[in-house]
Design a protein around this ligand. Structure first.
Ligand SMILES: C[S@@+](CC[C@H](N)C(=O)[O-])C[C@H]1O[C@@H](n2cnc3c(N)ncnc32)[C@H](O)[C@@H]1O
Length: 244
């Protein structure tokens, strides 16, 4: 997958490929990241990328010209990719959106700074706007890094053989089940017996029941979107009975 990121802080974003799963995806050539700095596409001697907003008010805005020329340069390398502006006003990012983007094998992220970017640039160039949550951060870089990390997990071959993104929360529309590792007993708290009896069917049932139950307890909105088969409905009913 090819990922281009337009940012005033390329050093910050490039860090994302130095660690963990994203690092492994990059090492295995499953993901290629290139950052582009709009400051390199300015035309004045001060390399100005921002200016004051018309109508007054606090803060500065990113100017159209350096961004547009950066985008043109990126599109020469990555002509078919969707250009996604990371913005608190965008669509909240979810696993399905990320998986769909991974399926296209490419993306261009635009990171805003200051009060954001001139609206005309958004109208002219941006295909989608994505938000990482209902809060405002100082720039799109961290948002881009969140999306890059989450996408890397979804690229086939990026996770170790023993791991699978299919078991992560949200991949099947449910939250993940609880996990335990050694020791068997820690300060009086024990690992559930079923996980240690070696019966794979019992373990699978327990995990699915926990996954359904947790989603019911913590994210009932997700369950409303999911169609459960008879077995899953029975497991969920069983879980609910315990809380009556
Ligand atoms: C300080 S913010 C600008 C906020 C803008 N004035 C507003 O209130 O909608 C600067 C940049 O950070 C990024 N950003 C801030 N919050 C974000 C969020 N929740 N999701 C994605 N990007 C965000 C965007 O790229 C934005 O242009």
């Amino acid at each position: 997958m090819r990922i281009d990121v337009i940012t005033l802080f390329p050093d910050m974003v490039e860090q994302v490929v130095n660690y963990g799963v994203v690092g492994r995806a990059a090492d295995r050539k499953l993901m290629y990241l290139q950052c582009w700095n709009p400051r390199d596409y300015t035309v004045d001697k001060h390399r100005t990328v921002d200016d004051r907003p018309y109508g007054g008010g606090p803060g500065m805005l990113m100017k159209v010209q350096p961004l547009e020329e950066t985008i043109q340069a990126v599109r020469e390398k990555n002509p078919l990719a969707q250009l996604i502006y990371l913005s608190p006003q965008g669509k909240p990012v979810n696993q399905a959106m990320l998986a769909k983007q991974v399926g296209t094998q490419s993306v261009i992220f635009l990171c805003g700074r200051y009060e954001g970017v001139d609206e005309r640039l958004i109208q002219k160039e941006v295909d989608q706007e994505w938000s990482i949550g209902d809060y405002v951060i100082s720039g799109g870089e961290l948002a881009a890094m969140v999306c890059i990390d989450a996408m890397a997990r979804l690229i086939p071959g990026a996770l170790g053989h023993e791991q699978s993104a299919q078991q992560d929360s949200f991949s099947e529309g449910l939250l993940d089940y609880p996990h335990y590792t050694r020791p068997e007993e820690y300060k009086g708290m024990e690992v559930p017996e079923v996980l240690m009896n070696g019966n794979h069917q019992h373990i699978e049932d327990w995990r699915e029941r926990q996954s359904l139950g947790r989603t019911w307890q913590r994210r009932p909105d997700l369950l409303e979107l999911k169609v459960l088969d008879d077995r899953q409905q029975a497991l969920l009913n069983d879980f609910k009975d315990e809380f009556k």
